[in-house]
Design a protein around this ligand. Sequence first.
Ligand code: PXP
Length: 248
Amino acid sequence: MVCESFALKLGINIDHIATIRQVRNTPYPDLVAAVRIIEAHGADTITLHLREDRRHIQDADVETLRPLIQTAMNLEMAATAEMQAIALRLRPQACCLVPERREELTTEGGLDVLTHEAALRDYCQVLSEAGIEVSLFIEPEPAHLEAARRIGAPVVELHTGRYAHALTPAEHAKELQRIRQAAAYGHQLGLIVNAGHGLDYSNVTEIAAIAVLNELNIGHAIVARALFDGIGPAVAEMRRLMDAARKA
Ligand code: PXP
């Protein structure tokens, strides 16, 4: 059987560039300058998470970057009325809906698409009608993919956190298999399947090799690598690893 393969996009999450600015309330590092370099080094999408507590990305960042991003803005947000109003006003190319808890360090799990199916259907419909491509950040589980399909979101992002943080080789293998199967099933359901969370230079290859995946969203590891190599080379190296995985 010939396996279908798509060009794999790289979405760069810039939240933690803003984190460095926010912890000292300085005007630097400049997100606009960062985005220019990131886009010049192989990013296909710029992702930013406007959290309820505004711990990193600020409203003004979304506003400023919206017309300046040359690739595409993916606004990550909780499915709240406040965020919907912002998205409808600024019309990013894409929105990724994520669960949010104030006390969490980062997005810790996928959206509960089973409990909130009806509300999410209405929520997504409003965004879709505004021309925004909606993505649901979900656990790599068949039932969650089926719910995403019923909700009508064209895109899902599979949560790779359990894979990335697996403690044993057995757990790693099990989580990788779960993502492979979910990617294949999502594709079969007609969904565009992305993945992200916890991906880094040492674990990206196996995920990038999954031929049906459309985009990987990666942030923390790239911003951390940038301290040593600069943000441009850090992005370029991730791009190189992803391309090599697809060619292998
Ligand atoms: N995708 C989603 C939906 C996320 O919430 C995050 C974290 O903000 C990422 C991708 C990127 O994760 P990381 O920073 O671990 O690469």
